[in-house]
Every structure is written in C-alpha cells, then in structure tokens.
Ligand binder design. Structure first.
Ligand code: 3H9
Length: 697
C-alpha cells in the first residue's frame, strides 16, 4: 500500500488495483488526481504488474471533478493530464464502475482501455446541469466510443444512463451482477495477451460520415426546452468539433468552450443551486444523530388531486399506503385517477406492466378513518379550511398509533392551531406538497412551535426517501413559498392596473426563464384558490389598509372564471388543446378598476415589470429571513427553483438579486415605494445588508 490518503494501490497476482478513497463520492480533487498519477507511475514501473484495474472505494466510482474547487486556481495535475497519463499507460487498464461514475469520473474511465460495470451503475456526463460542459475530453471521447447521436443526447441532457444501455452503446465492455473487483481482474487478465489495447482518442482521427443536420436538430430541441441556457449549446459545438477536428484540436476547442461556460453566471448559479439543495438538509439546531422514526407504512387522508399524488410518492418507493375518502364513490374516483396517471407512464414506455401492478398493489383504499391506525405517518390532505383540518386532527389523534408522524398538507394554514386540536402537538408537522404532488420536487416542511426535533428530522429524511427536495420553513402565513408568491402576484396585478397588459407581464416572466408568468399560473392552479385565501385575509382584517386587493381576480371568480378548469380565467382556453388566447376583456377590466381606484395609467416597460416582480419576491424573502421563518437565503432559492418553476440557472430569486447588486435593488425598491408604499414594506434586514455592504453568503 502507498501512503496517499485519497488513492491507494495494491497488487493481486500480476494485476495492480488503483482505488480512489475520497468519501462520500470520490470527487476528483487535487490529492486524488495526484494520487492517481503516482499510483499509476509506480504500477507501470513494477515489473511484476501486467495489467491494472481502476476502482472507487465506498458507494461509487469517481463521481466527477470536485465542484468545490471550481472558481479557484487549478492545481496541477489537472484532470486532462491525469487522463492523458492513463491513456499512455504501458500496461492495459480497465475501469471497474459502480455507483455513479459521472462527469470527470466517466471521462477518466474513457481514458482507460476498457470499462466494465456492475449492473446497477448509472453513468453520464451531467456537466450541463452545472452550467458547464465536460472539460476533460468527454465531448471528444464519448462520440468516438458511442457515436455522435448518443453523445449529444447524453451530454446535452446531462441525464445518466444505466449499465445495459452503456453496454449497448459501446461505452462499456461487460456488465456483472456482483463481485466487481474479482470480475474486473479476470477481465483484464483475459486481455493481457492481446497485441494492442483500444484507446478512445485514437479510435478515429476525426469522426466522419455524420449528417450535420443532427447538430441543428439538437440545437432546436434545446432552444425550446432549455430556454436561455448556453452550456447545452456549447456542448453541441464541442461534440461537433469531434467531427471537424483531430482529437487534440477538438480537445482544445472543448477547453475553450469549457472556460467560457465555467466563467458564466449560468454556471455559478447552477453550482449555487447544487450546494444549496444539499445545504437545505442541514438544520442547525437538529444534530445529525437525532433519532429517526421508522416509516414502513403511510396513510393519506383525502384522495383528491393532492391526496392521490401524495399517495403515489409512497407507492413509488415501495411504502404501502392507505388512502382514505369519506365515500366509496370519491374513493373509486381518486384511485381511478392514480391508475390513469400510472397507465400514462406505462404508455410512454417509462414504466413496465409489472411495475404498474406492483405500485397499484401498494395502494389500498378505505372509507373509514380507523384504517390509519397502523400507519407510521399520516398525511392529511383534505380541503384547505382550518375548521375542517382541526376537526380531522382531533379524530386522527384518537386513532393514530404512538410515535406516528401527523402531517398536514397545507399551503398557508397555521400549523400550531391545527396541532392544538391534538394531545400530541410535538408530532404535528406541515408538509406542503406542490401540485402535481407526484411530479413536483419541492416539499416545504413546516415546523410548528411544538414540533419535536425527531419529527422534523424524520420528515426531512422521509422527503429525501420519497425523492423530494425538502426545505424547512417556519409557521408564518403562506410559509416561505406562498407568502412570497402572494406578494409577487399582488405586484403583477398592480402592474396590470397601472397600465401593463396581462400578456406582456407573463411574457417578460417567461422570457426571463420561469416556466410561466403569474397570470398563467393563476389560471393553472385555479383562481378560486387565491380567492378563498383573500376572503380569509379579509375576515382576519389583513391588508384592509391597502389600496390593492386583487379586484380583477375577485371579479373573474365571481363570474365563474376560475382559469383552465373552466376554460376561462385571465386567458381563454381551448377546451380540447388547452391552447391559451389573450382575453382583451380582462385588460379592459383592469383599466376599469384602475379608473375606479383613481390610478393614473401609463406605459410600463419590460424592465420595470421584471424588477418589480423580482424585487417583490426579494423584499418578502428578506422579511421572512429577518423574522426567522427561513433558515437561509439559499433555502428560499431552492424553494423557488423546485416549487415555482423559477429558472435554476438564474440561481433563485435571492441569488439573482444578489448578482444584480443588493444596493441597486434597494434603490429600485425605494423608487417604487414612492408611488406605492403599501406594496413595499421596509425591511431592516435588507437595509442592514446594504448598509454594511454584505451579501446573503
Ligand atoms: C465535472 O466533472 C467537470 C469535468 O468534466 C471537467 C473538469 C475539468 N464535488 O448528492 P449527495 C458532495 S463536473 C464536490 O447528497 P447522493 C455533496 O455536496 C462534476 N462535492 O449524495 C454532498 O456534500 P454534503 C460532474 C460533491 O448519494 C455529498 O457529496 N459530476 C460532488 O444523493 C453527498 O452528495 C456531478 O455533477 C462533487 N462532484 O448523490 C455529480 N458530488 O454531504 C454531482 C457530491 O457536505 N453529484 N458532492 O452535503 C451528484 O450528482 C450526486 O452527489 C451523486 C450522489 C449522484 C454523485
């Protein structure tokens, strides 16, 4: 064994085994790169060694470059040098893959003569998800191994493929069920007698016989799907270079494009998102060793759109779940919708019949609340009304077993009030799922004043288990996401009253990169949802003193125009195609309301639309931080990226404002405040940050 901490080697018979030991994911940090070169040199110089196996210790083969080194001066040897040394090895090398060989990890494997893998391996080049392109030969070696089309698909999407796909595509040579090291040793031994060994960079001089239309087709696809993104387009350019240039010139082109992407805002924002998502899991007052309550079964109360979607999350990962409705008819309807959702996935070829049957068999229906008695977690997903939820929790409390997590799926209601109706408020927690609950990644977890640390830690863990991105929020009205969204929508309506057209407001937001604009979102979610919340606010005397109270939204609801579900809302929808059409009547309604309120209408430019909407989010986000309802600004960014369709590559609303400059943001807010003080409450936290020249970091 050598002494290097992050890479070790040993010799078994006549085979050298180089092993990366850099937990948790064997990132290729400087010491690993150094260790790899040193180990290889020693094994190459050892007369006894005839072949080499490269593996990763722990849960994965090298999962890529060390992202935390990005933006810092590169310490030599860089990954390209490491891979070059591996390609030039005197002795044949097989990379033995398991876990997630990603990015630089796969690039390193492609620099070895052979690759074999365990069947569960997922491999890919996910760099575009970080706003960069593969920068260690991936764009040049992958198309040489797997063909241009496969390389383009993998590199532009960043989505990993499984081992059998990699085998079919010519990326790996063999797949094993188990005993990776022993099998890899046998594999390389079987190759020792060969006269020469394949080297990916030398497979072809430049790749020929490629229909150049393919690059245009991929660009078109990306421009539609990844609006505003640059790195996937650079990835196409780099792969194209493999068809126009010799390997080393192609590598230089890749380097140039990699640098361009690496230095971009897109990349720093996406890397911010990567680390923020993981940071959100860390709750300062909850130690790592906090007891986690086991969750082997679940119950969901309510099998409407939300309840059904929530139940699917449990079934998807093999947890049996009981869904409860108050009548057989509603239950049948709910289960049918679940079945239809899964059938659609089967029809698209994304789920097998067996898997479908297995998932459906995990979902049991019941019409009696008694059926929750053996569940480890109960998620209540009934109508968003406090009295109903309180009554439900009083009943749940009497039936649920000891240590059962009692979760309420609410988007705005006070968790403490709900908890009060039980004898065990420490077990009550908010779980705000986003619609459609089986698709949307965000799970806003709301901590009540009595919620225990075990229950919080267990719910965060459960969220990860059901493949959600959890963010912990405090118990304020609307929590993090909807409290901010409420202000954003109010701002959109104020803009429409002051003279901006509904379609222009949505266009600016869409062009910025959001999935859709605020009015289109309202129509999709149902305008009656906001109407109900506004009525409650009115009852509670909230916003009474404000000029602006979403008058047109209320008027539309009074006319039964709830949005897509009624084919009419802020837009008119084709009942068949869901295609939306501008409704001039709505702009006229805003004009009329403006007149009644005495608002002087004017031309509003795109810049003002974007900044008023963006800073409404920012200002509210800062207030939430000041009041302690979010742990950190980056949690807010994660909330918006995963729950509200905010463009990840802009880094989230807080990060975007910070990149713009908090001082300039505050100046904008101060100028907006002159016209409309109601909508721009002063936030000391933001003012202090600016005064002290600080950022959220
Ligand atoms: C690249 O390779 C560029 C090259 O082309 C060119 C170079 C010149 N670096 O996600 P987890 C940390 S770009 C540093 O919870 P999982 C992560 O922050 C890279 N740290 O585990 C977390 O830390 P903490 C291409 C990393 O099992 C801990 O590891 N590769 C890296 O759910 C556990 O992570 C990628 O983009 C990294 N590369 O998922 C892969 N990766 O515990 C990025 C992870 O302190 N990584 N960490 O919060 C992933 O996709 C997932 O981490 C992975 C494991 C699927 C590997």
């Amino acid at each position: 064994m050598n002494e290097n901490k992050t890479v070790e080697y040993e010799i078994i018979d006549n085979i050298g085994i180089i092993k990366g030991i850099n937990p948790p994911v064997n990132a290729l940090s400087h010491s690993v790169r150094l260790g790899l070169i040193n180990s290889l040199t020693e094994l190459n110089n050892n007369q006894k060694v005839e072949g080499i196996v490269l593996i990763g210790d722990g849960r994965t083969f090298f999962a890529g470059a060390d992202i935390s080194e990005f933006g810092k001066p590169m310490q030599q040897p860089d990954l390209n040098n490491v891979i070059k040394t591996f390609e030039e090895s005197k002795k044949p090398i097989v990379a033995a893959l398991h876990g997630t060989p990603l990015g630089g990890g796969l690039e390193l494997a492609m620099g070895c003569n052979y690759r074999v893998a365990i069947s569960s391996t997922k491999l890919g080049l996910p760099e575009v998800k970080l706003g960069i392109i593969p920068g260690a030969g991936g764009t040049q070696r992958l198309p040489r191994l797997a063909g241009v089309e496969k390389a383009l698909a993998m590199i532009t999407s960043g989505i990993p493929i499984n081992a059998s796909d990699a085998l079919k595509s010519g990326i790996i040579e063999e797949v094993f069920e188990d005993a990776l090291v022993a099998n890899a040793i046998s594999f390389i031994k079987s190759k020792l007698q060969e006269e020469s060994h394949p080297v990916a960079s030398k497979l072809t001089n430049k790749i020929s016989n490629v229909n150049s239309d393919i690059f245009e087709e991929f660009s078109k696809k990306i421009k539609n799907k990844l609006r505003g993104r640059n790195s996937p387009l650079c990835a196409i350019e780099a792969v194209k270079a493999a068809t126009e240039l010799e390997f080393f010139q192609g590598l230089e082109k890749e380097r140039e494009l990699f640098k361009l992407c690496h230095d971009s805002n897109e990349s720093s924002s996406l890397i911010h998102m990567f680390f923020s998502e993981r940071q959100a899991l860390k709750i300062p007052d909850i130690p790592k060793e906090t007891k986690i309550l086991p969750i082997n079964s679940a119950a969901v109360i309510g099998c409407g759109t939300m309840g059904g979607g929530i139940a699917m999350n449990f079934a998807n990962i093999g947890i049996p779940v009981t869904v409860i409705e108050n009548s057989q008819d509603s239950l049948d309807k709910g289960i049918k919708i679940i079945e239809k959702n899964y059938s659609n996935t089967v029809a698209k070829g994304r789920m097998s019949e067996d898997d479908f049957k297995n998932k459906m068999s995990l979902i049991k229906g019941a019409t009696s609340l008694e059926s929750i008695s053996s569940a480890d977690v109960v998620v209540e997903a009934v109508f968003e009304e406090m009295s109903l939820k309180k009554e439900m929790f009083e009943r749940i409390d009497k039936i649920a077993k000891e240590n059962c997590i009692l979760a309420t799926n609410t988007s705005t209601l006070d968790i403490d009030q709900i908890a009060e109706s039980t004898t065990r408020p420490e077990y009550v927690i908010g779980t705000h799922f986003f619609s459609p609950a089986n698709v949307m990644k965000l799970l806003e977890i709301v901590r009540g004043k009595h919620t225990s640390k075990e229950v919080i830690a267990s719910t965060m863990k459960l969220a990860k288990t059901i493949k959600k991105v959890p963010v912990l929020a405090g118990n304020c009205d609307g929590f993090i996401g909807n409290r901010m969204f409420h202000e954003y929508v109010r701002q959109a309506h104020a803009l429409a009253e002051e003279g901006a057209k509904v379609a222009d407001i949505d266009r600016v937001i869409y062009d910025f990169g959001w999935a859709m604009g605020p009015f289109a979102v309202n129509d999709l979610a149902g305008n009656d949802v906001g109407w109900r919340i506004r009525k409650r606010h009115k009852q509670e005397g909230k916003y009474d003193n404000l000029r602006y109270t979403s008058t047109v939204a209320d008027q539309l609801c009074e006319l039964g125009r709830y949005g897509q579900k009624t084919n009419r809302g802020f837009y008119i929808y084709d009942p068949q195609t869901r295609q939306k059409q501008i409704d001039p009547e709505v702009d006229m309604m805003f004009e009329k309301v403006a007149k009644e309120k005495g608002i002087q209408r004017r031309e509003i430019d795109d810049n003002e639309i974007l900044h008023r909407l963006s800073w409404a989010l920012l200002n509210t986000g800062c207030m939430i931080l000041e009041e302690g309802f979010a742990l950190r600004a980056s949690d807010i960014d994660v909330t918006y990226a995963y729950g509200y369709g905010y463009p990840h590559w802009r880094g989230g609303p807080m990060r975007y404002a910070q990149d713009y400059g908090l001082k300039k943001v505050l100046e904008d807010i101060e100028s907006f405040r002159k016209n409309n003080s109601d909508m721009w409450p002063k936030c000391n936290y933001l003012e202090e940050l600016v005064k002290n020249n600080k950022t959220f970091n």
